[in-house]
Design a protein around this ligand. Structure first.
Ligand code: 5AD
Ligand code: FES
Length: 364
């Protein structure tokens, strides 16, 4: 049987929003710059259909770099003894959201390591604090693996969204990136629970992390298709000098932007960020991500003093900037390209007020 060309596969993906695993493997292992450009054009056109030229801005607050986990790729892993640890108080966090609110942000993403010092009550109090002060804002949590009961508590306290990347959908690969205490099965359980509870859920993976093969990426795409998350965050793996993966090469711009395009064609309505890691490996990385089909950016709102310490990987950008600087920088970068950075809640199309989403059972 004659092999289908990559161009044909890309066009079929645009029409049918899925391919087989083998077809994805073929695309990922043999695509040319021309094919990537074609995928980018189709992906961008689809993004425009759902979201126009709007780019949603989320204010990111990295509130603790303590982590009980020891993921082999991550700069804030427990074993990294050279890192100075910090945690923000509830007051500090509310100061960040107040400042963000003044700058126009209507979505706040609270991200941290898995830090047991923050009790569930602490998390709920912070979420309630933000929602009390700014009822028109969405709160996104990104604080790792928890039990269903914990996720439900945070949701009932007012959290709207949750980000938890699956990192890799392949069991064997998962074990090569994580300590034995973590499992892909539990990761997936978390994502299912989050969806069932009614969160808008984001997942995603690192591109070209150590030992990753095209088959693994194909499995990531099919896992995402099945999960149907509202948000999909991917970024290149970037080595951190104080981890076991210090000597591995970073993922590339070409592979990451191509995968952004494939994800857009696969899940047309998804909110897809152009991530900080993409901006780290290329000065125009985030712009190129948007041109390939991304429609979200997450400028940093963390206090300047702590930014250097939230180093998931080396050379992370924006560590010297203030919240207002990142906001203006994003504004300029995207306006120049003809895109409109917007700071409203930027809900997934299925969750806009007045639009029913009968797939969800809202337990709040
Ligand atoms: N390179 C790129 N991304 C990383 N992350 C963690 N460590 C690295 C690294 N070295 C990503 C993970 C995590 C997210 C918060 O940051 O995918 O889910
Ligand atoms: Fe913190 Fe992996 S080292 S979640």
């Amino acid at each position: 049987m004659e092999k289908t060309s990559n161009m044909e596969l890309i066009e079929r993906l645009e029409r049918e929003h899925t391919l087989t695993k083998d077809e994805f493997v073929q695309l990922i292992s043999t695509f040319t710059p021309e094919e990537a450009e074609r995928a980018g054009k189709l992906a961008r056109r689809l993004t425009d259909e759902f979201y126009g030229h709007d780019i949603y801005m989320r204010g990111l607050i990295e509130f603790t770099n303590y982590c009980r986990n020891d993921c082999l790729y991550c700069g804030i892993r427990r074993s990294n003894r050279e890192l100075e640890r910090y945690r923000l108080s509830s007051e500090d966090i509310l100061m960040c959201t107040d400042e963000g609110y003044r700058l126009g942000f209507r979505t706040f993403v609270l991200q941290g390591g898995e830090d047991p010092q923050f009790s569930d009550e602490d998390i709920c109090e912070i979420v309630r604090g933000i929602k009390d002060q700014h009822p028109d804002c969405a709160v996104t949590l990104s604080i790792g693996e928890k039990t269903r009961e914990q996720y439900l508590m945070y949701f009932q306290a007012g959290a709207d969204r949750y980000l938890l990347r699956h990192e890799t959908a392949n069991e064997e690969h998962y074990r090569m990136l994580h300590p034995e205490s973590l499992s892909l099965a539990n990761r997936k359980r978390c994502l299912r629970d989050l969806k069932e509870i009614g969160y808008q859920v984001g997942t995603g993976f690192m591109v070209q992390s150590p030992y990753q093969r095209p088959e693994h990426l194909a499995e990531d795409l099919l896992f995402i298709k099945e999960l149907e998350p509202h948000m999909i965050g991917i970024g290149p793996f970037v080595p951190h000098h104080a981890t076991p993966f210090a000597e591995f090469p970073a993922g590339t711009l070409e592979m990451t932007t191509f995968l952004i395009s494939l994800l857009r064609l696969l899940v047309p309505e998804a909110l897809i960020p152009a991530t900080t890691a993409l901006g780290t490996i290329d000065p125009m990385g985030r712009e190129k991500g948007v041109l390939a089909g991304a429609n979200v950016v997450m400028p940093n709102l963390s206090p300047q003093e702590v930014r250097e310490k939230y180093m998931l990987y080396d050379n992370k950008i924006c560590t010297g900037d203030e919240a207002a600087e990142c906001r203006n920088c994003m504004d300029m970068r995207f306006k120049i390209l003809g895109y409109e950075p917007v700071v409203d809640r930027g809900d997934h199309v299925s969750r806009r007020v007045g639009e029913a989403d009968d797939k969800q059972t809202d337990l709040r």
